[in-house]
Design a protein around this ligand. Structure first.
Ligand code: G
Ligand code: G
Ligand code: MN
Ligand code: NA
Length: 249
């Protein structure tokens, strides 16, 4: 298709940009890192959403070079950030399962000179579907390098809670649908349960999609330690993200 051809060209010519959304540590009341979110400024279609082109990249295999570029670019950018700010990179299940994924991570860290502790990989439960044993082994290897693992969109997947016992992770990101509905006691109870399980496992709990002061108060009350969402900032171009960190509170 035409979009497929354009995607292939964009991968070859570097036609993508990464935006960065601040992640706020509530106790410190300041950003502790950024989530990298890819953008594709298409010459005639305008901004194409990753929800439209990541699946296409997965189907065509372009996710391998594209994913390698995302890792390299995010690590390179993060190496220039002050202090111990982390970068969180979304990894699709297909990308994770391709041979060479671990090597792409190691290569990106080395090329950027970034400490592995400053890279966090956001994965979803879907990586466990095909071959859970292989996925768990790979996660252990990545963590032994020092890279952190976050479970993204948590609560929306289809895996059973028993996976949580075998799955090595450092952080749970509570899906924004629960935060949106947090005034509803059922959604609040789910947030409370996730915080309980995650805290028991020693994980950091991040609330995603916080848009209002009321939602912020609720997730703080429920014991989330980090928050992300439009209430603080939308995803920003790299330079604006740095300005966000430097601006006085
Ligand atoms: O920022 P936003 O609307 O654009 O992102 C839409 C979806 O695309 C989200 O599910 C997000 O996780 C995914 N996404 C954004 N950037 C990346 C990326 O760099 N790699 C992968 N695999 N997914 C991404
Ligand atoms: O699937 P993942 O969690 O990686 O994707 C994050 C998505 O959430 C991105 O599309 C990002 O732009 C979007 N996002 C970030 N903060 C908010 C928010 O406060 N509200 C909404 N509706 N979307 C958000
Ligand atoms: Mn994410
Ligand atoms: Na998410």
């Amino acid at each position: 298709t035409a979009l497929e051809r354009d995607l292939s060209n964009a991968v070859r010519e570097g036609g993508f940009v990464l935006y960065y959304q601040p992640i706020i540590n509530l106790a410190a009341d300041r950003p502790c890192g950024f989530e990298a979110l890819i953008r594709w400024p298409h010459p005639s279609r305008g901004m194409v959403s990753p929800m439209d082109f990541i699946p296409l990249a997965e189907d065509t295999g372009l996710i391998v070079p594209l994913g390698a570029w995302i890792l390299q670019e995010a690590c390179r950018e993060a190496a220039g950030w002050p202090g111990d700010l982390r970068v969180s990179v979304n990894v699709s299940a297909v990308q994770f399962q391709k041979p060479g994924f671990e090597q792409a991570v190691i290569g990106a860290l080395a090329a950027a000179g970034l400490a592995p502790q400053r890279l966090e990989l956001e994965i979803t439960e879907s990586i466990l579907i095909a071959d859970a044993e292989a996925a768990i082994t790979c996660l252990h290897r990545l963590r032994s390098l020092g890279v952190r693992i976050a479970m993204d969109d948590f609560g929306t997947g289809y895996s059973s809670l028993s996976y949580l016992r075998r799955f090595p992770f450092d952080k749970i990101k509570i899906d924004r649908s629960f935060i949106r509905d947090i005034a509803d006691p059922d959604a609040a109870a789910i947030v409370k349960a996730i915080v309980g399980i995650g805290t028991q496992r020693g994980a950091v709990i991040t609330a995603e999609g916080v848009e209002t002061e009321e939602q912020l108060a609720c997730v703080r009350q429920e014991g989330c330690s980090e928050v992300q969402g439009y209430y603080f900032s939308k995803p920003l171009p790299a330079q604006e993200a740095l300005d966000f960190v430097r601006k006085p509170a």
